[in-house]
Design a protein. Sequence first.
Length: 252
Amino acid sequence: MAAENGAHEGIEIPLQELSDINIEINVIVDQLVDEEAALHAKYELKKAALYKKREGVIAKIPKFWLTCLEKHPIITSLIEMEDAEAISYLQRIAIDRSTENPINYSIVFEFSENPYFTNRALVKEFDFTKRDEAKVVNHGIDWKEGKDLTAPAKKEQCDEDSDAFSENEDASFFCWFNDGNGSELADLIANDLFPNAGMYFTGSENSDDEDDTPVFDFANSDNEDDVNGDADSAESEDDAEDAPASKRAKRA
């Protein structure tokens, strides 16, 4: 450690200058990410008519969306066994994008009559206009008596003022609908699972091409670099994950 600390002795000023330049570079990188995200959202909106046509086909396939969710390499690890039973009643997923700014959207899960809750649809709204300050609007779940999968008796408390869903490995998937943020999972659903639903259902995804799927993290941005040392290594070590880490191992 002492050797490492001494390795940069006498070059503190150029290292600071290098860090300052990297910060300016990252500003441009952030602009690129924003423009790519906006372009992706624009073309997702153009696909709306085709997604509507696809709904008619999906309606003929039992438990289509449950299968997609369970075959997704990340989302499957967020679903408990009891969640899967409730999700088996899921008939439709919709991504309702704003026509004025399509990077903003609502995620809608529509269910048939089920023994868990009375809602016809579970909705979560996201406004990414300010990339560092995602605005989230949650709509409550009206659980039937004794069927609340997010109940404190079975799960740690998950409420709108916390990110309990992402922090608690044992949280029900349905806690996400009350999570204070949840934008990372929203990204996966809106920009990966939903447009690639057919691929996930058939299991035709190629794990070697996972990096080709655009996933945009609007809620988190970090332009800071390590001012004390090797800027390149610090940049690689601090790269943010595009998708949330699995909360638990996949169910057998």
